[in-house]
Design a protein around this ligand. Structure first.
Ligand code: RFL
Length: 406
């Protein structure tokens, strides 16, 4: 403890990497650094309980499962059950099963809800002696363009802390402080608002046999497993709609109609919100010694389930690059970090955008018009009849291997 300008402050600290944010990106970075024997401090502004309960993604895709496996972590950090790779696309009540598996050897994707992954990553890091500090307030970044950046924050009881480091991993999502610390004019934001809203509902209701995406003249709907007795549902709605306008009765009636399933079993709704579908890429994903990882750098429309999985992929690339720097004094991968990540990001953005447009335009054509409806229906027809189109779809869902092809 020391006194600076009359104020009590903790003794200055030093580490190799300060990780901002304990979501999927931050906790993956932290665990992988630990596997490399590289020290880090994780700062998270929320409580452990809050972070552990945040429910979003539901599938850890094949390439991410294999990434954790390559680090010897798959058994410890992945919960849920293996995913058989079958996705149901229901168009005007007609069911089509498409494969989400590219047929490659190795571990399959997992039905592992995001909060389970985060809980397990957190428990693994702490069990291995990791330094994770919850309720870190007023985090701020300094000297990012120099050799030793500084990170300042306050503990819950107000005590100021200062940590110097070699690198900062900005894993604090779209509304964090990391990206905001980059001077104006350094990053370019490429953004699109799809003009579409989704009501998302979490309910204690039986999950579907397969993840289900449905096209109907009343709009898009989806039904995903989120545990043995839990489901997440999506209903297309105007982006400025209000969740209170969606009573339980209206939700279940709309789902029965759009999913063409009059016998759909309802259950208590535990969460209900509306969000706009948007996509966003920041380029580059780096400034000086700050590296943006996951949602801090890019937002993917949830269609196609890519957002969390991209965060895991960024984390893997970042840690490999830091390892090369620390172990071999080789900065090639650090210099290439942004370019390498952005190849994958744009690839997944393209797939997600294609699927978003196809499954919305093919149904309610009020906004898109009948011509775009015809195009979207043709794409679905091709997917259901052409083995080549089906294989390309499976590869995009799995996540194509873009390594070694630059
Ligand atoms: P997160 O999960 O937002 O975690 C950021 C963490 O940083 C903390 N933080 C701070 N900590 C310290 N100081 C500050 N100033 C801080 N500011 C923020 C936050 O408290 C938090 O703990 O970002 P991360 O780690 O990059 O992970 C990204 C994923 O969460 C996101 O991409 C996915 O949830 C997106 N997503 C989906 N992705 C998939 O792969 N498949 C899906 O099926 C899927 N479904 C979804 C989704 C996102 C959704 N929302 C958010 C619209 C469904 C929904 C409804």
């Amino acid at each position: 403890m020391a006194q600076v300008s009359g104020e009590l402050t903790a003794a200055p600290e030093s580490t190799t990497v300060v990780v901002i944010g304990a979501g999927p990106a931050g906790m993956t970075v932290a665990n992988l650094l630990m596997r490399c024997g590289i020290d880090c401090v994780v700062l998270e502004r929320r409580t452990r309980e809050y972070v552990a309960q945040r429910q979003r993604a539901g599938i850890v895709e094949t390439r991410a499962v294999r990434m954790f496996d390559s680090w010897g972590l798959a058994d410890r950090v992945l919960g849920g059950v293996p995913y058989d790779g079958i996705l149901e696309l229901r168009v005007d009540g007609e069911s089509h099963l498409v494969s989400d598996s590219d047929g490659s050897e190795g571990l399959p994707a997992r039905l592992c809800p995001q909060q389970i992954l985060v809980q397990k990553l957190t428990a693994t890091f702490l069990a291995d002696g990791g330094d994770l500090r919850f309720e870190a307030a007023d985090v701020s970044l300094h000297d990012l363009a120099g050799d030793r950046p500084t990170v300042r924050y306050r503990t819950a009881d107000g005590l100021p802390h200062t940590i110097t480091c070699a690198f900062v991993a900005g894993c604090d999502g779209d509304h964090g402080i990391s990206r905001a610390a980059v001077p104006d004019g350094v990053l370019t934001a490429h953004a699109v608002d799809h003009g579409i809203g989704w009501l998302t509902v979490l309910a204690d209701a039986p999950p579907p046999a397969h993840p289900l995406l449905a096209v109907s003249p009343d709009g898009f709907a989806a039904h995903f497993p989120r545990g043995p007795h839990t489901s997440r549902y999506y209903l297309q709605c105007p982006p400025d709609d209000h969740p209170d306008a969606w009573t339980d009765t209206r939700v279940w009636n709309a789902l029965r109609t759009r999913l063409a399933d009059p016998a759909l079993t309802p259950g208590p709704i535990t969460d209900r919100e509306i969000f706009r579908l948007r996509s966003l890429v920041h380029d580059p994903m780096q400034y000086g010694r700050l590296f943006l990882v996951g949602d801090a750098a890019h937002i993917v429309s949830p269609m196609g389930g890519k957002g969390m999985n991209l965060a895991l992929y960024d984390a893997d690339l970042f840690v490999r690059a830091v390892r090369d720097h620390v172990r071999d004094q080789d900065d090639t991968a650090l210099r290439d970090y942004s370019r390498s990540c952005l190849r994958r990001v744009w690839n997944d953005q393209e797939f997600s955008h294609w699927l978003t447009r196809t499954l919305h335009d093919a149904g309610d054509d009020t906004d898109s018009g009948s011509f775009h409806r015809g195009l979207a229906r043709a794409r679905l027809d091709r997917l259901f009849t052409s083995p080549t189109a089906a294989r390309a779809f499976a590869e995009l869902m799995t996540g194509p291997d873009l390594t070694g092809t630059t």
